[in-house]
Design a protein around this ligand. Structure first.
Ligand SMILES: N=c1c2ncn([C@@H]3O[C@H](COP(=O)(O)OP(=O)(O)OP(=O)(O)O)[C@@H](O)[C@H]3O)c2ncn1[C@@H]1O[C@H](COP(=O)(O)O)[C@@H](O)[C@H]1O
Length: 95
């Protein structure tokens, strides 16, 4: 499996940011009354859930929580006009 899914999800997030469809959870994060804090709170909650899943040895739940974190992290990056390619560049620099 490649990481193309990251590009696909990020493209959808950028689209939701641009068009703000009413029925979109992603769009609701961009228009939330708490602003960016709504996403930051989610990342905090999900980080705790990730730790608990690891501690419980629940690998299926671990993957689920990791995906929640990656999705919300991508939303946060989009809020700051940081792209998946910026993320890739940062990771590549560390090799
Ligand atoms: N990857 C995600 C994604 N991950 C999580 N979520 C939503 O994030 C919300 C909050 O997550 P939580 O983990 O708190 O959900 P929960 O049900 O309270 O608890 P859990 O059991 O899941 O931990 C839920 O409504 C999830 O549906 C996501 N919503 C959207 N996406 C992606 O964004 C795309 C566009 O979605 P819309 O914006 O809804 O059109 C989708 O096609 C997906 O690719």
């Amino acid at each position: 499996m490649t990481d193309d899914v990251l590009d696909e999800v990020f493209d959808v997030i950028e689209d939701r940011k641009e068009n703000l469809p009413e029925d979109s959870y992603t769009a609701s994060l961009f228009t939330h009354e708490k602003g960016e804090n709504a996403v930051l709170e989610k990342l905090g909650e999900e980080s705790t859930e990730l730790v608990l899943a690891a501690k419980d040895g629940d690998d299926e739940e671990l993957a689920h929580e990791a995906a929640d974190i990656v999705y919300h992290m991508l939303v946060l990056l989009a809020m700051h006009d940081v792209t998946v390619d910026d993320l890739r560049e940062e990771l590549a620099k560390r090799r």
